[in-house]
Ligand binder design. Sequence first.
Ligand SMILES: *Cc1c(COP(=O)(O)O)cnc(C)c1O
Ligand SMILES: [Zn+2]
Length: 422
Amino acid sequence: MTTAPVSVPAAFAGSPARGLICRECGHQTSLAPVHVCEQCFAPLEVEYDLDKLKLVTRQSIEAGPQTIWRYAGLLPAGQDPATRVDLGAGMTRLREAPHLARALGMRKLYVKDDSGNPTHSFKDRVVSVALSAARAFGFDTVSCASTGNLANSVAAHATHVGLKAVVFIPSDLERGKIVQTAVYGQTLVAVDGNYDDVNRLCSEIAENEDWAFVNVNVRPYYAEGSKTLGYEVAEQLGWRLPGQVVIPMASGSLLTKVDKAFGELTKLGLVEESPYRVFGAQATGCSPIATAFENGWDTVRPVKPETIAKSLAIGNPADGPYALDVVRRTGGAMGHVSDAELVEGIQLLAETEGVFAETAGGVTVATLRQLLKNGLVDPDVETVLYNTGDGLKTIDAVAAQSVPTVTIAPSYGAFLKSGWAS
Ligand SMILES: *Cc1c(COP(=O)(O)O)cnc(C)c1O
Ligand SMILES: [Zn+2]
């Protein structure tokens, strides 16, 4: 391991981050808008100064705002409220889900409901941190390749603080996600191709434009925002870890960061050490990580996505191998479900708990059901299911069956005749 001198840019004063570190060879570099190791081209990750993380206590967190920024002492950027980019993401509800638990034959189940974020998906967490870093680096334009939710969130957060945004999406995205991005009046570029095509294009553009690409050059900072989904669940359970978590996977980043968060909380003594198992969920039509798990592969073979779960449709997932490591290390499992099953998952969550999830949430519910059936999830162990997005963004998934019970003329007689009077 080389130990290059590391330094912290002035705009990162107060950050517990000490630099970036290569996930493969351990090469260290200073905090900068870079995402691959100059020695081996593997992805870079934020490295923290343990002594600075140790300044964080349960009390200091609890005294913070009702947003992800209560964990500022555990995040790489955004310590300075003057450059922080904040629409109020985080501290979403952890709902007990007794009716869904009963339907699935489980003893204790919670839904961590991230549809309650400002732009209605978990992406507000990562974008808030990424754009805070981008501002600290002095960028005036931010950009991203998106499967939909990221586009919504980047456009909204950038607009909120007067940054310019240039957002790239596959042109066949759901209407709800296109409208919810375009409405902010930023630049929206629809590309005739799938997400992996858009992402490849963005990597090329990133080499020539001095922009902060949320999931390219500032990806190490972006990814850290997902840790807050681990911190919050532990805090909301009364400062302890759940026994099992079920998490949807696109690139696989979110899953790895929930595990990282649980590890940090344990190491810092903010929760007692306790075993937990991490489970990953994908749609069969784009299941490169779950398929690698199924087959016992260490590498993830790219696929061409073909599923209505567009927010999870990354055929070449950057964090796939790391997600496999986490799931194997914790004794969890992965599963994948068909589009028909994910629609059933949306329906089941809605009908049991009154929570309307987007397709990714349907994938997670249906995968949990399958993992239970296969004996891979323990029905007696307390479990948290992550719902990462809002059903209003993907209404087409259930629109055909979600219609009025009956349509009648505007008269009492017509109502009586409809058969629905008591
Ligand atoms: C982006 C996204 C995910 C997961 O993303 P990762 O790339 O695996 O971190 C999950 N659910 C929804 C709704 C998303 O938009
Ligand atoms: Zn390296």
